[in-house]
Design a protein around this ligand. Structure first.
Ligand code: ATP
Length: 376
């Protein structure tokens, strides 16, 4: 079992000159066997949260519970968790065999042959058997990261904690290791908390994502939920690549008024934003923008600034008034810088946020797939 609960978790660093609230009242539950990705921009408190869970930082207030047992003040080795770091933290003078087995040697009373057997099993699982007698300096980055994973796996912990474990690897290897870690986590069924600032890792790896900003939880949900039903403008802009486009608009009866266009809204949308303030931010994802004939309702005339062909898709950077925004269109579409086109922001795909609070007042309409993927 390994259900992990953070209750009102706060971590303040007192530097002598000022106080930095790195983790601000975090409430998160990760059920046994679940894979949670903690994601957010640099400095949002991801690593500090993970280090508090591991016992490497003292907690200012709040609680950490593992299967309803309070572990907030236990020493790291008393927590039954294994951590994998970005910089691998391997012992340079030890062979791979010793690096992998070292944790068992110091924390268990297993004899040498039992440890050797477990090391061999772990190395086989990670396909690094032939590296067991090498030193870390003789290994590539990807191989070192596998050894670091081996060191965590061999302990058969209740919880895996991973802090940007792939960020030192090149893009191709990162993609491969991403899949391997997911597979390993599923096979082992161990509760895992994975820290990253990379929203692609967040979208692809976790059962759930916790999006943090300024130490505060912005949203906890499945990747699809955070993508299609962002709770606020921050999550909407952080999750998704290229990012969601935003336009400042003013509500005026049945229309939204932007400085460069007017957008008619249906009665359903009028009702949805009935209680919201007059200043709204309209959001639309690049893939939902369509290039259309001028006679389509709400078509907006716009100029193509740059076209970035990606193969199957092209990213098109467009301008309207002072705003620049991005559309992603079929790679077969012929567009060039300077073209003037009409685009549509389909109403069922637009998001509306209260400009002042950032809270979502209307999200895009989604399919049943997204609804059924929502966190219970
Ligand atoms: P990154 O992605 O850059 O690693 P992060 O989201 O993991 O960022 P943290 O490292 O948790 O962020 O830092 C959160 C905040 O706490 C930052 O403002 C950071 O400067 C501050 N902080 C972290 N560790 C300490 C410390 N030991 N002393 C003082 N401030 C700290």
């Amino acid at each position: 079992m390994g259900q992990l609960k953070l209750k009102d978790l706060v971590k303040v660093f007192d530097t002598g000159e000022n106080e930095i609230v790195a983790v601000d009242d975090l409430d998160i539950t990760v059920d046994d066997g679940d894979f949670l990705v903690l994601v957010g921009p640099s400095g949002c408190g991801k690593s500090t949260t993970l280090r508090c869970i591991a016992g490497l930082e003292t907690v200012t207030s709040g609680q950490i519970l593992l299967d309803d047992r309070e572990i907030t003040h236990l020493k790291p080795k008393e927590r039954d968790m294994a951590m994998v770091f970005q910089n691998y933290a391997l012992y340079p003078h030890m062979s791979v065999r010793k690096n992998i087995g070292y944790g068992l040697k110091i924390t268990t009373d297993l004899d040498k042959s039992e440890i050797d057997e477990r090391v061999e099993e772990t190395a086989t699982l990670l396909e690094i058997e032939e590296l067991l007698d090498k030193k870390p300096s003789e290994l590539s980055g990807g191989q070192q990261q596998r050894v670091a994973l081996g060191r965590a796996i061999i302990r058969e912990p209740e919880v895996f904690l991973m802090d940007e474990p792939l960020s030192n690897l090149d893009a191709k290897l990162r993609t491969t290791m991403r899949t391997e870690i997911q597979q390993l986590q599923q096979d082992m069924d161990v509760t895992t908390i994975y820290v990253t600032h990379d929203q692609t890792e967040a979208m692809t790896m976790g059962d759930y994502i916790a999006v943090l900003n300024d130490g505060k939880l912005q949203q906890l949900g499945t990747p699809l939920e955070c993508y299609h039903k962002p709770r606020n403008r921050f999550v909407a802009g952080f999750i998704g690549s290229p990012s969601m486009n935003f336009f400042d608009v003013k509500r005026g009866g049945n229309v939204l008024e932007h400085e460069a266009f007017t957008y008619a809204i249906s009665g359903e949308t009028v009702d949805a934003i009935d209680q919201a303030s007059d200043r709204l931010t309209m959001g639309i994802r690049p893939e939902h923008i369509a290039i259309v004939d001028e006679n389509v309702e709400n078509a907006v005339r716009t100029e193509v600034e740059v076209v970035e062909p990606m193969g199957e898709l092209s990213y098109v950077y467009l301008t309207i008034g002072d705003a620049t925004y991005t559309a992603s269109v079929s790679g077969e579409m012929r567009l060039s810088s300077g073209d003037v086109v009409d685009v549509e922001f389909p109403e069922d795909k637009i998001h509306l946020f209260d400009t002042e609070t950032g809270e979502a007042v209307k999200n895009s309409r989604t399919t049943e797939t997204v609804e059924s993927a929502s966190r219970a």
